[in-house]
Design a protein around this ligand. Sequence first.
Ligand SMILES: Cc1cc2nc3c(=O)[nH]c(=O)nc-3n(C[C@H](O)[C@H](O)[C@H](O)COP(=O)(O)O)c2cc1C
Length: 297
Amino acid sequence: MTASGTFGYGTEYSELFDIQRLGAIICKGTTLKAREGNPQPRLIETASGVINSIGLQNIGVKAVIKEKAPIWAGWKVPVIVNIAGFSVKEYEELARLLDGVKGVSGLEVNISCPNVNEGGTCFGESPDIAAEVTKAVKKATSLPIMVKLTPNAADIVAVAKAVEDAGADAISLVNSYKAMAINIIERKPILDNITGGLSGPAIKPLALAAVYEVAGAVKVPVAGCGGIATAEDAIEFIMAGATAVQVGSATYSNPRASLDVLEGIMSFMEKEGIKGLGEIIGAGRNQISNLKNQKHK
Ligand SMILES: Cc1cc2nc3c(=O)[nH]c(=O)nc-3n(C[C@H](O)[C@H](O)[C@H](O)COP(=O)(O)O)c2cc1C
């Protein structure tokens, strides 16, 4: 899959390569009203990654339904709409509006947004509030829902379990890690928003550990995301327990990174004599428990 916010609405890439071969496209985070996002500067390059504070710039749900969904309806590749609200009611409304819309195959619930009713703390940092959002969305739609976790939660496994109990059909992780950079000559933060979210190769080992822990704690499928740029990266996430992967920032340096990853996974499977992906999902976990068992012997 393509990770939300890094692949627009899919339409931007349809001329560059055969996007219909992808597993799914996840569109830019969609809010009730169109948003211009945060003032510049809002994207900076760091060693092995980028920090962004885009602030959910998007065309709003009504335009998505009117202008994008009819295009998606003619595609073979399923499109999942990433939704973002600033209150539980907003999430519910977004889910209700998108329910039954042709061209929309599922929802990814981005719970990394600030909750205006709770002093701006992020929904995804509290298991209870994350569960409340999940329940509200689930009730408002018949579409499958995947809840996207923030790695900035104190206990991401507790949040994962809470959203699973609340009815999430799948879980994706991770969103970007809170980060910042300072201009030492001007003596001020580089981003206008002060902090942003770090993504790219820098976060891969952190994201992998989070996926490993969450996949070991829930029964629903997990989609791994964070610094995946090659098939080898993706296979690590799959072996950690992910059923699917999302490619994000890698698309900036290689627009067809998502398809390269997919093709690379297929070559790896062929080379290793793997008949179905199921054979390697969580394979890295079994290895570890085997080793532990051996030690006990
Ligand atoms: C510029 C940019 C915009 C993003 N916008 C969204 C968004 O709207 N909704 C969302 O859930 N995640 C968003 N993300 C997070 C990515 O989907 C992904 O979770 C994160 O970047 C980690 O994956 P990566 O290291 O492969 O980029 C954004 C990331 C970037 C770099």
